[in-house]
Design a protein around this ligand. Structure first.
Ligand code: ZN
Length: 319
């Protein structure tokens, strides 16, 4: 029997997103289940497969129609084996995710890092538009990175390829979740932007930011963007620093990858052109003119669905 359907799975620390998608990229259905973190996330694969089995019987779909399951998981994934070397959010260490899911389901399973998978999804059905070379950067609580090079995800020798968020941008900078300091993530994530705003307030420097904080009880990236748009110099300077550091880093990555597109996603990307325009200017300043010529900046389109599309595409690409 000819297979015509794919399963995409995106495992996060709170929920697992699942979807059934056709070979043409049409979303048949999607649903979420909670991620059970008890016993170091031991039951997660079982939970996933039993929810998929339920869905298949509910929709009266035969397992034989599926070419396989593609899974995005947080943390470092060994590309050859589909083992999760470490996923702090879930509690996995040397977790044989691919083997376990294959045994449960009897289907072929492909595993990669969640940010890489999201990049693949954006490139298939989102704003990447199926270019052969692209960079995807997610500016959220952290900074996620995914690289597609000559049509393939860059995973690297042991799963740390494309970890753009952990490129060192400030020697001796703020501490990072990875245990080091001064990573891109500490400056250009939503958390990083808020941290810098808080530092200015603590130094008694940013009157408008402080006022906003006193009124709302906290500062958000949205506040910083709003105040900058209203002409507040402290917010403008803070964001200019963020754009400069991000543009500088992406310029250097772009010289390695030569992308046709850089796709910016995550909460901070909601700023749209107020982010893209200054970011492009900074990028242009630090990259080769010819690299810049080939490269278009776009905002991600798929939001939280990028992972399940990417998982499905990983199956299509490998099966
Ligand atoms: Zn780091």
């Amino acid at each position: 029997m000819e297979t015509d359907l794919l399963i995409g799975i995106d495992i996060g620390g709170t929920t697992v997103k699942n979807a059934i998608i056709s070979n043409q990229g049409e979303l048949i259905t999607k649903w979420e289940i909670p991620t059970n973190l008890d016993n170091q996330g031991e039951s997660v694969p079982k939970d996933i497969w039993s929810s998929i089995e339920n869905k298949l019987s509910e929709l009266n779909l035969k397992k034989e129609r599926f070419a396989g399951m593609g899974v995005g998981a947080p943390g470092f994934i060994e590309p050859e084996t589909g083992n999760v070397a470490i996923a702090v959010n879930i509690g996995w260490e040397n977790f044989q995710l691919k083997d376990i899911l294959e045994e449960l389901s009897g289907l072929d399973v492909y595993v990669d890092n969640d940010a890489n998978i999201a990049a693949l999804g954006e490139n298939w059905k989102g704003s990447g538009n199926q270019v052969e070379n692209m960079l995807a950067v997610t500016l959220g609580t952290g900074v996620g990175g995914g690289i597609i090079s000559n049509g393939k995800i860059v995973t690297g020798a042991n799963g740390t390829g494309a970890e753009i968020g952990h490129i060192t941008v400030e020697k001796g900078g703020a501490p990072c979740n990875c245990g080091r300091s001064g990573c891109l993530e500490t400056v250009t994530s939503a958390t990083g932007i808020v941290r810098q705003a808080e530092e200015l307030i603590a130094e008694g420097k940013a009157i408008s930011l402080k006022k906003r904080k006193d009124t709302n009880g906290a500062i958000t990236t949205k506040d910083v963007f709003e105040l900058a748009a209203e002409g507040d110099n402290d917010s403008k300077n803070l964001l200019q620093h963020v754009f400069d550091v991000l543009g500088f880093t992406l310029a250097n990555v772009a010289i390695t990858v030569n992308p046709a597109k850089i796709v910016i996603g995550g909460g901070v990307s909601k700023a749209g052109n107020e982010l893209l325009e200054p970011l492009k200017k900074a990028f242009e300043k630090y990259t080769l003119p010819r690299t810049n010529e080939a490269c278009e900046f776009v905002i991600a389109q798929l939001g939280n669905d990028a992972g399940v599309y990417g998982g499905a595409y990983l199956v299509l690409q490998n099966s």
